[in-house]
Design a protein. Structure first.
Length: 94
């Protein structure tokens, strides 16, 4: 079980009021709503950061090797996947 710790969060009165109204409408506590919002934000931003890191690594790989597929090759491959066909990933070339 995760250890919980208390964190203070300062909100302007308008935002606090909006949170309270939404919590009431959702039959949840404002605390639950804010915790859920923070968890969703962190998960989304972690995925975004991982995508950024993957893109940087791919760029570094391209810079080092020159291996790539063209936009046309990628588009054709993705179109076949979208159509439900089982296709092999295009081979990288210089």
């Amino acid at each position: 079980m995760a250890t919980l710790s208390t964190t203070s969060l300062k909100l302007d009165s308008a935002t606090k009021e909006r949170v309270q109204r939404l919590a009431l409408a959702r039959r949840r506590s404002p605390h639950w709503l804010m915790r859920e919002a923070v968890e969703q934000y962190v998960e989304r931003e972690e995925r975004r950061e991982q995508l950024r890191q993957d893109a940087l690594a791919a760029w570094d790989g391209y810079q080092a090797t020159g291996l790539h597929v063209t936009a046309g090759e990628a588009d054709a491959w993705l179109a076949k996947l979208e159509a439900g066909k089982h296709v092999v990933i295009p081979k990288c070339h210089v």
